[in-house]
Design a protein around this ligand. Structure first.
Ligand SMILES: *Cc1c(COP(=O)(O)O)cnc(C)c1O
Length: 366
C-alpha cells in the first residue's frame, strides 16, 4: 500500500488557485486586509451564516487573541484535558492558570458535571475553553447554562469543527467566542490560517484592530499584535471553500465503510454523535480496549505502510512541563488518550484501503 497518514492535505485545482494568485499580482497587494482576505471573510460569513468573523494567521493565535480580548489573560481558565496541545499552549502564552476538566466518555468533549466540580474547588475560574473534538459537538446547552450561572467567558475551540453543525447552526456560533483552524491538516484550510467568531460589532472592531498592531494610520487605540492573514493564504482558502461540502460527503462515505467493517467488533468503541449533530466527518477515531492493543494495532498497520495518529495523546494534564499543582487527575481523558487511534480518513481513500485497514484492526483487537 502507498504510505497512508491520518489525513491527506486537500489541494484545490491548480488553475483555480493560480487565477486567484493572478488577481493578487494584478492588485499589487499581498497582505493588510487585501481583496482576497476580504472576499474569504465574506464567503465564510455567508457559508456559516455568522455576522462577525475575522480571519487570522492560525487557530492558536485565534485562541490567544480571544483570551486576551475577553480579559482572561493571567486568570484561571477551565480547559478540557483531552484536546490538541495548542488549546493549552494558547492559555499558557496568555499566562492563564489551566484548570483541567475531565471529559464525557461518550462524546470525549468536556463534561459539564466535571466542570461544576472544578468550579466548587476553584470558585475564581473566570473562563472556560471546551473543545468540539474531532468536529463532534460539546453539550453546548449545559455548558452555556453553567457559564451563565458563574459568569464565565465561554471560548469554544472549534478548530476541528468546520462543516459540522448542531441543530442547523455551524458549531462556530456557540460561545462568547469560537475559533477555527485553517491548518493544512484540517477539512477546510488556507495552508496556515484560522478565524475568530464573536457576537458584537464592537468586539469585531476591537479584535480587528488588535490583529493589526492596534492602530489605524497614526492613531494608536490599544495594544495590538500581528495576526493578519495574507492574500496568498486567502487564495488557497477561496480555491478550496467550494469543494468542502463535497469532501465532507466523500469522507462520510469512507466513514460509513469503516463502520460497516468495524462497528460489529465488540472490542472496539466509537465516540457517539449527539442528537442534532450534522457531522463533518473530519476524523475517524476508534477506541481500542487498552494501550497494549493500541500499540499492537499501530505496529501491524505500520508494517502495511499505514500511519494512524494517537490523537489526542497524552492527556494534557499529564504533560511533563506543567507545574505539579496543575496536574489534577482526569481519569476519563487519561483513559481515552491511552487507547484512541484516529485511522486514515480523507475523501479520495479507496474502498480497498479502508477494507485492508479495518481487517488489520479487527484481527488484532480481539
Ligand atoms: C489544529 C488545532 C489547533 C491549532 O490550530 P492551528 O491553526 O494549527 O494553530 C487548536 N486546537 C485544536 C483542537 C486543533 O485541532
Amino acid at each position: 500500500m502507498d504510505k497512508l497518514h491520518v489525513t491527506k492535505t486537500r489541494f484545490p485545482s491548480r488553475s483555480d488557485f493560480c487565477a486567484l494568485v493572478d488577481e493578487m499580482f494584478n492588485s499589487g497587494w499581498v497582505t493588510n486586509q487585501g481583496q482576497l482576505v476580504q472576499r474569504l471573510e465574506h464567503e465564510l460569513q455567508k457559508k456559516l451564516n455568522i455576522p462577525h468573523i475575522l480571519s487570522c494567521t492560525n487557530g492558536t493565535f485565534a485562541l490567544m487573541l480571544s483570551i486576551a480580548h475577553a480579559g482572561l489573560s493571567g486568570k484561571k481558565v477551565a480547559v478540557t484535558a483531552y484536546t490538541y496541545v495548542a488549546t493549552l499552549s494558547a492559555l499558557l502564552w496568555q499566562k492563564c492558570v489551566p484548570i483541567f476538566v475531565d471529559i464525557e466518555p461518550q462524546s470525549l468533549c468536556m463534561s459539564p458535571s466535571a466542570l461544576r466540580k472544578r468550579l466548587i474547588e476553584h470558585p475564581d475560574i473566570a473562563g472556560v475553553i471546551p473543545v468540539h473534538v474531532y468536529g463532534l459537538v460539546c453539550d453546548v446547552e449545559s455548558i452555556e447554562e453553567i457559564a451563565q450561572e458563574h459568569s464565565l467567558t465561554l471560548v469554544y475551540d472549534a478548530a476541528q469543527g468546520f462543516g459540522s453543525s448542531y441543530q442547523g447552526q455551524s458549531l462556530l456560533v456557540f460561545g462568547d467566542y469560537a475559533i477555527c483552524s485553517f491548518h493544512g491538516t484540517k477539512i477546510f484550510h488556507t495552508a496556515e490560517g484560522g478565524c475568530i467568531v464573536m457576537h458584537t460589532p464592537e468586539a469585531h472592531q476591537e479584535m480587528s484592530l488588535m490583529r493589526a498592531f492596534g492602530h489605524k494610520g497614526d492613531t494608536h487605540y490599544c495594544l495590538g499584535i500581528n495576526g493578519k492573514m495574507s492574500e496568498l493564504h486567502a487564495a488557497m482558502g477561496l480555491a478550496l471553500l467550494q469543494g468542502t461540502d463535497e469532501e465532507i460527503k466523500k469522507r462520510k462515505a469512507c466513514s460509513e465503510l469503516y463502520d460497516e467493517y468495524m462497528r460489529s467488533n465488540p472490542n472496539l468503541a466509537f465516540p457517539t454523535h449527539r442528537a442534532g449533530l450534522d457531522y463533518n466527518y473530519a476524523y475517524y477515531p476508534v477506541l481500542l480496549s487498552n494501550e497494549t492493543t493500541l500499540l499492537a494495532v499501530m505496529h501491524a498497520l505500520a508494517k502495511k505502510n499505514v500511519f494512524p495518529r494517537r490523537y489526542f495523546y497524552p492527556a494534557l494534564n499529564t504533560l511533563k512541563y506543567l507545574s505539579p499543582e496543575w496536574k489534577d487527575k482526569c481519569p476519563v481523558a487519561e483513559g481515552a488518550a491511552s487507547r484512541v487511534l484516529c485511522l486514515p480518513l480523507y475523501g479520495d481513500m479507496l474502498p480497498e484501503q479502508i477494507y485492508d485497514i479495518s481487517c488489520v484492526v479487527n484481527e488484532i483487537a480481539l
